[in-house]
Design a protein around this ligand. Structure first.
Ligand SMILES: Cc1cc2nc3c(=O)[nH]c(=O)nc-3n(C[C@H](O)[C@H](O)[C@H](O)COP(=O)(O)OP(=O)(O)OC[C@H]3O[C@@H](n4cnc5c(N)ncnc54)[C@H](O)[C@@H]3O)c2cc1C
Ligand code: FES
Length: 287
C-alpha cells in the first residue's frame, strides 16, 4: 500500500540570522495556542527523519505561528536549514517541558551565550512583559555571530554585548560583565543563564559567590521528550532529573555540570558519523 505524505507544518518565513543560525516561522496553531517561554518542541523534517528538540523562540497566537531559531550543527539541522518557505515539516510536537517561572521577579539578569540567545530571548521578553527590570548580557565569539540584538534591546532595560575578540561590544566573557554589574551594586532577584554548558557552569559558580538564585536551561540529548527513555537525565541536587519533563530549566547551583559535559561528549562521535553518512548520501544523489 502506498503511504500518502501529508505536509503538516508549513514553513511560512525563513530568515538567515548569521552564517550558521536560521530563524523559521512554522504554522502550528495548536502549539502556538499553548506555548510559553522556556518550552520546546520536537520536530521531524520528514517521515524517516531524526527527532530533534528546539526551543520555542517566539509565537503568535493569532497567526498560529511558532518561531524556531537553530544552529546548523549536524545532519538534521543541516536538513532543516536546506528547507525553504513553502516546504513543510512532518512533525512539530509540543509545547513540551515546563515554562519559565517569572512570578515575583522585580529585577533579573538574563545571560545568553551564542545560539543560547535564541532560548534566552523569549525569557527576557516574558520577564519584561511581566514588569520586571531586565538586564541582558549576551556573548558571542565575534561580530558575525551576533543575533537578536534589536530584539533583546527592545525588551531590556540594559543590554551589554560581549565578544571574545572585541569585534562587537566589549572584549571579554559574559561572566566579566556580570561580575562588574553585581560589583557596581545591581541587586538581582535572579540570574537566568542560557548557553554552552561551560558558560552556565561558570555563571552559576560566580552567582553562588554572591548568593544570587540562578536558573540555567539544560539541553541534553533528547529522544522521546516524554520522560520515558531516560536519554536526557541529569543529576540536580544529587537526584536524577529528566530535562524533558522536569526542566529544561533547573537551579544552576544544584546541577552537576561536569557529569552533563561528560554525557554530552559521549554522543559526539556517533553524531559525527551520522552527519558524514548524510553528506555522503547527498553527494551520491547529486552525482
Ligand atoms: C530542550 C532543548 C532545546 C533546544 N533548543 C535549541 C534551539 O532553540 N536552537 C538550537 O540551535 N539548538 C537547540 N537545541 C539543541 C538541538 O536540539 C541540537 O542542536 C540538534 O538536536 C542537533 O541535531 P543534528 O542532527 O543537527 O546534530 P548532531 O550531529 O546529531 O548533533 C550535534 C550536537 O547536537 C546535540 N544533539 C544532537 N541530537 C540531539 C537531540 N536529540 N537532543 C538534544 N540535543 C541533541 C548534541 O549536543 C550534539 O553534540 C535544544 C536542545 C534541547 C534538549
Ligand atoms: S528525552 Fe526521554 S526521558 Fe527525556
Amino acid at each position: 500500500m502506498c503511504r500518502k505524505e501529508v505536509p503538516m507544518y508549513p514553513i511560512l518565513h525563513k530568515k538567515i540570522l548569521n552564517p550558521t543560525v536560521i530563524q523559521m516561522d512554522i504554522l502550528a496553531p495548536l502549539v502556538a495556542k499553548k506555548a510559553q517561554a522556556g518550552q520546546f518542541i520536537i520536530l521531524r523534517t520528514d517521515a524517516d527523519g531524526e527527532r530533534i528538540p528546539l526551543t520555542v523562540a517566539d509565537y503568535d497566537r493569532d497567526a498560529g505561528t511558532v518561531r524556531i531559531i537553530f544552529q546548523k550543527v549536524g545532519a538534521t539541522t543541516a536538513k532543516l536549514a536546506a528547507m525553504n518557505e513553502g516546504d513543510a515539516l512532518h512533525d512539530f510536537a509540543g509545547p513540551l517541558g515546563r515554562a519559565t517561572e517569572t512570578e515575583g521577579l522585580r529585577k533579573a539578569a538574563v545571560i545568553g551565550g551564542g545560539v543560547g540567545c535564541a532560548i534566552a530571548y523569549p525569557v527576557a521578553k516574558k520577564l519584561h512583559e511581566s514588569g520586571c527590570e531586565v538586564h541582558a548580557v549576551v556573548g558571542f565569539r565575534n561580530r558575525d555571530l551576533v543575533i537578536l540584538e534589536d530584539d533583546f534591546r527592545a525588551v531590556s532595560d540594559r543590554y551589554v554585548l560581549m565578544s571574545d575578540d572585541g569585534s562587537a561590544g566589549e572584549k571579554g566573557l559574559v561572566t566579566d560583565a556580570l561580575r562588574r554589574l553585581i560589583e557596581s551594586g545591581e541587586n538581582y532577584d535572579e540570574v537566568i543563564a542560557i548557553g554552552p554548558l561551560v558558560m552556565m557552569k561558570f555563571v552559576s559558580a560566580l552567582t553562588k559567590e554572591y548568593g544570587i538564585k540562578t536558573v540555567v536551561s539544560m539541553n541534553p540529548v533528547m529522544i522521546d521528550g516524554t520522560g520515558m527513555c531516560g536519554g536526557c537525565r541529569l543529576t540536580v541536587g544529587g537526584k536524577t532529573k529528566f530535562a524533558c519533563v522536569d526542566g529544561p530549566e533547573f537551579d544552576g547551583h544544584e546541577v552537576d555540570f561536569d557529569e552533563a559535559m561528560k554525557r554530552g561528549a559521549m554522543y559526539r562521535e556517533f553524531e559525527r558519523h551520522a552527519h558524514e553518512k548524510t553528506c555522503n548520501l547527498l553527494k551520491t544523489e547529486e552525482n
